[in-house]
Design a protein around this ligand. Structure first.
Ligand code: GCB
Length: 597
């Protein structure tokens, strides 16, 4: 009986958490950059709180000593100054490996306006946080790579306001990612912070997208912040002579489908974007939007009705030269320009949703994007609270980027091992994703391809793969697995009825190191270059191969990689070194991509 009561209480608690998280994700506004924004970026005061005393000591109240005997040890006065946005690890040598809590605080000038609603919008805080305004807790968030907003309309004051944010990046078993992962555990307020104002009833979400299969049919949905029925909504795309008037239903939602002749569809070769203007009685927002069809038929992936081969590459959200998280448009330009030079038409944003500058610039530059949530090895699939987190990360990612036609793929997992719990978890995630988005392909990356020595063929056994639109495989032939046969004789029979992407392959090389091309432990550019040649030879034998993605564009920082001479905290699989210099393998990959039309 006791345990039944416990279970019921636990169940109810989960339900409450679920509802809160679900509401939070639903409340996210699309296109925050199209809004009236006051940036709260810049220097914030910060206090390292390794033993988690700040909350108990009410640091967030930012109190000042009043009488002669008063003092506060936990205080922002005279505190460290940290840049926002940015990780903390790269800002001070002592914080390089720091995992724990840091408090951030700053003042801003508020302005109460009855005609407006006001929100604090965080592009991302890594990994979990609590937010306080003028001494009171107003919200919290978990997940280091997706945005969230907190309404402060009735909490902000005219004049001085004080925000405190308690940020914690301690790894935990129930988190996503969990206890270990092959990239740096950057903590901090890593993306833009904004004070956003909107009309009282505002256009919270909209999606305007080409139908998955039809080249002239646009499906549109506009969602108001409030359930206002019979309210006028307008959609205009002037360059296509589109001017529509709609009315909201009882939920404040207006949906329509319409035909737009002569759309120039978006593609990597011609990344056309149109200005779309969405209006309501009290609000108006505009944004550049592109239109494309992307679907799977048989073993092919079709972009705008033509089969496409995905010339992909991955990068982390990191500027290696600065040894820190990427967060600006200039950072995005650096990473994307190097991908363009390699000859890519696609990027896998590894292994988590990256900042909006990257996504928006990639769209303008003509990259198809694979964006994923960090379900990366080691996730506790038996924990119901972890599933809730995964769902809200997926929902936040999709809500933020649902109008980015460049996003072609939502990745739901990387290198997970089959089990009943895993299958249930991923199936639920897939359902959540598909219920939110019909125009992207769903994909996951597996590391389960094995060489069958009897049949002399590469195979994979994972029943979950059948549920995906496209199957992806990470396969490190020549690095983690020695070649069991000559690469030119390597035959594959992996999900033969679906398109297959080799989503990772590669090996490590220290830039400038020459060595024996047959010896992995030479960590040489020569070994890495030969490994690339061999893999490219093998690719020719994979009948359903529709894309490849070398791992990875740049060397990246990782506490997994501590070889004292060759790694020193860096995963050296980059085609480009941490100093931005191309290795020999870069040229091999570049030639391969140049030859594929
Ligand atoms: C993988 C992971 C990736 C690692 C890579 C490696 O399979 O997906 O995150 O960084 O291998 O270098 O081992």
């Amino acid at each position: 009986m006791k345990s039944l009561t416990k279970q019921i209480i636990f169940g109810l608690a989960l339900l409450i958490v679920f509802c809160i998280q679900d509401i939070q994700a639903q409340n996210l506004m699309t296109n925050v950059f199209g809004r009236h924004i006051l940036s709260l970026n810049g220097k914030w005061s910060a206090m390292v709180d390794q033993y988690n005393q700040g909350y108990k000591m009410a640091l967030y109240q930012n109190k000042k000593p009043q009488g002669k005997t008063d003092f506060f040890e936990y205080s922002f006065d005279g505190a460290l100054q940290l840049n926002v946005p940015s990780d903390w690890n790269s800002q001070l040598p002592e914080l390089k490996y720091y995992e724990g809590t840091i408090w951030y605080g700053r003042h801003f000038e508020g302005n109460v306006d009855n005609e407006k609603r006001q929100f604090l919008y965080f592009g991302a805080v890594s990994y979990r946080c609590r937010i306080f305004l003028n001494g009171k807790e107003i919200g919290s968030h978990e997940g280091g790579f997706t945005p969230f907003q907190i309404e402060i309309t009735d909490k902000v004051k005219t004049g001085d306001n004080f925000i405190a944010v308690e940020v914690n990046n301690t790894r935990s078993k129930d988190a996503i990612p969990a206890m270990s992962f092959d990239w740096w555990n950057y903590g901090g307020i890593t993306r833009d912070v904004m004070l956003v104002s909107t009309p009282n009833v505002y256009i919270r979400e909209y999606s305007i997208q080409l139908d998955k299969y039809k080249p002239e049919k646009i499906n549109a949905q506009v969602v108001l912040s409030d359930k206002k029925p019979n309210s006028n909504i307008g959609i205009e795309i002037p360059e296509l002579n589109i001017k529509l008037k709609l009315r909201t239903d009882e939920n404040g939602i207006a949906s329509t489908s319409f035909t737009a002749k002569k759309i120039k569809r978006w593609s990597p070769d011609s990344p056309t974007l149109y200005t779309a203007i969405i209006s309501s009685v009290s609000d108006r927002i505009e944004e550049k939007i592109g239109f494309r069809n992307l679907y799977v038929k048989g073993t092919n992936i079709y972009l705008n009705d033509k089969p496409i081969f995905l010339k992909c590459v991955s990068f982390h959200e990191e500027i290696p030269q600065r040894k820190g998280r990427a967060y600006s448009e200039a950072d995005a330009a650096m990473l994307l320009t190097e991908a363009k030079a390699l000859g890519c038409n696609m990027i896998r944003l590894a292994h988590y949703p990256q900042n909006e500058y990257t996504v928006r610039l990639a769209e303008k530059m003509g990259f198809i994007l694979w964006q994923e949530i960090p379900i990366w090895q080691g996730i506790d699939f038996t924990d119901a609270s972890t599933l809730i987190k995964a769902k809200s990360m997926l929902a936040e990612m999709i809500t933020r980027d649902k109008n980015r036609c460049a996003v072609g793929f939502w990745g739901i997992a990387n290198e997970t091992q089959p089990s009943v719990e895993r299958n249930k978890f991923l199936t639920t995630l897939l359902q959540t994703g598909k219920s939110m988005d019909t125009t992207r392909l769903f994909v996951a990356a597996f590391d389960l391809v094995r060489f069958n020595r009897d049949k002399k063929i590469f195979e994979m056994n994972d029943s979950f793969a059948a549920q995906l639109d496209v199957v992806a495989v990470n396969k490190y032939m020549g690095w983690y697995q020695p070649w069991p046969l000559d690469p030119k004789d390597a035959k594959w029979n992996v999900t033969p009825n679906k398109p297959l992407i080799i989503s990772e392959f590669g090996g490590e090389a220290l830039y400038g190191q020459s060595g024996d091309e047959t010896v992995a432990s030479s960590w040489s550019e020569d070994y890495q270059a030969k490994l690339y040649k061999d893999n490219i030879t093998m690719f020719a034998n994979i009948p359903n191969l529709r894309g490849v993605s070398p791992w990875i564009l740049f060397d990246f920082r990782s506490p997994f990689r501590m070889h004292p001479a060759n790694q020193e905290g860096w995963n050296r699989k980059g085609l480009v070194s941490d100093q931005g210099i191309r290795k020999k393998a870069w040229y091999i990959m570049h030639d391969y991509y140049l030859k594929i039309k």
